[in-house]
Design a protein around this ligand. Structure first.
Ligand SMILES: Cc1ncc(COP(=O)(O)O)c(C=O)c1O
Length: 384
């Protein structure tokens, strides 16, 4: 067996979800919304299953979805993408990431990773033969610095894997951060693989800035999106990958032998959804920002220290003011003694460099959040 996967321990997500099920805890660990997703988009998928084509769709994706992705990013992010040569449909962002890393990395190439990072990144980079070089982001801002980038980039840097907005920290990187990263990519002739699945889930009037739009980045960026996050339909696993034709030719070869295609009916529904009026996307943000604000206020009233959430379904607390220094032990007690499941952010660092931050998913109904807050009051009483 290949040790990279064989030696991976059970993930903290599985552990916390199992404990939540066993104890009947309120599960704010896993990142999926209570919202069932827009009914018209779901009906479109159902119609397409019953009335439409259910055989292999084209390898690159349905032409109507590729056109919809290009139009959508033109409208929302001012990108000018050719649907024929620069857009491909994948089975979720996860497949897009795996394919991109397999296509771009040769054994021994260095890959710059920003921790905390999504759990799939490191095993996928290693399995592709990449050598990770970490930039360790620190709370509460989790921003980039010239010094941190300078120690991570080397003449061997081939790929930079960048997630913006960032899960788990709920950070939206600033224009200065993006400009700095673009400069390093250009200087080192590196390809940026940009995981932008949270691009629509940004708050307080923010507008997502794709790294691809920065000077020098158009030809060296692989932009990855996911319908799961745009439509609150995380189980659909319909993703898209955008890149200049020279990159896309290799990306398509990797996709060809990973999944080859993605269910055509879901592609039809996503094409319809991406063309929805601005009001849908605005209301998605508004509704999630409402839940963020409700949960933030509840936590602050109880006395928790909340790190501001700028995007994603998540917010984080700093547990140091509670006299705590081990997020994993804290989360175990939270689920076992108080009945609330959360995720220790140290799990997103390769060697657990930061141990004082705990992530909650707030994309839940009021009643769920209120039940969690009621239980969390017990943590403060015990700490007092
Ligand atoms: C940063 C990030 N990348 C990728 C994914 C996975 O996306 P998909 O479900 O489209 O594979 C997630 C899901 O939570 C995520 O947070």
């Amino acid at each position: 067996m290949n040790p990279i996967f064989a030696n991976l321990p059970t993930s903290v997500f599985e552990v916390m979800s199992r404990l939540a099920r066993e104890t009947g805890a309120v599960n704010l660990g896993q990142g999926f919304p209570d919202d069932p997703g827009p009914e018209d988009v779901r009906r479109k998928a159902a119609e397409a299953v019953v009335e439409g084509w259910n055989q292999y769709p084209p390898m690159m994706g349905l032409p109507e979805l590729r056109a919809a992705v290009a139009t959508h990013y033109g409208r929302w992010q001012n990108l000018d993408l050719d649907p024929e040569t620069e857009v491909m449909v994948t089975s979720g962002a996860t497949e897009a990431l795996a394919g991109a890393l397999l296509a771009l990395i040769e054994p021994g190439d260095e890959v710059v990773l920003f921790e905390p990072m999504y759990d799939a990144y490191l095993p996928l980079v290693r399995r592709a033969g990449g050598v990770p070089r970490f930039v360790t982001l620190q709370p509460p801002r989790f921003g980039l610095t010239e010094a941190a980038l300078a120690q991570a980039f080397t003449p061997k840097t081939k790929v930079v894997l960048f997630n913006n907005p960032l899960n788990p920290t709920a950070t939206v990187f600033s224009p200065e951060d993006l400009a700095l990263l673009a400069q390093f990519c250009v200087r080192h002739d590196a390809v940026a693989v940009c995981d932008e699945v949270w691009e629509h889930v940004v708050f307080d009037g923010r507008r997502h800035q794709p790294l691809m739009a920065l000077p020098g980045m158009r030809e060296r960026t692989v932009k990855i999106g996911s319908a799961g996050k745009i439509f609150s339909l995380t189980g659909w696993k319909v993703g898209f990958i955008c890149a200049a034709p020279a990159l896309m030719r290799s990306l398509a070869k990797a996709h060809q032998f990973l999944t080859f295609t993605t269910p055509p009916n879901l592609q039809t529904a996503v094409a319809y959804g991406l063309a929805k009026e601005d009001a849908y996307f605005e209301s998605l943000r508004r509704d999630l920002a409402y839940s963020r604000d409700r949960f933030t206020a509840g936590l602050q009233d109880l006395g928790f220290t909340v790190i501001p959430s700028e995007g994603t379904y998540f917010l984080n607390i700093d547990i140091r003011p509670l006299g705590e220094s081990d997020d994993t032990a804290f989360c175990r007690r939270l689920v076992l003694d108080h009945g609330v499941a959360a995720i220790p952010v140290s799990a997103f660092y390769a060697d657990g460099a930061v141990k004082n931050v705990v992530r909650f998913c707030f994309a839940k109904r009021d009643a769920t959040l209120d039940a969690a807050l009621e239980r969390l009051a017990g943590v403060i009483r015990r700490a007092a």
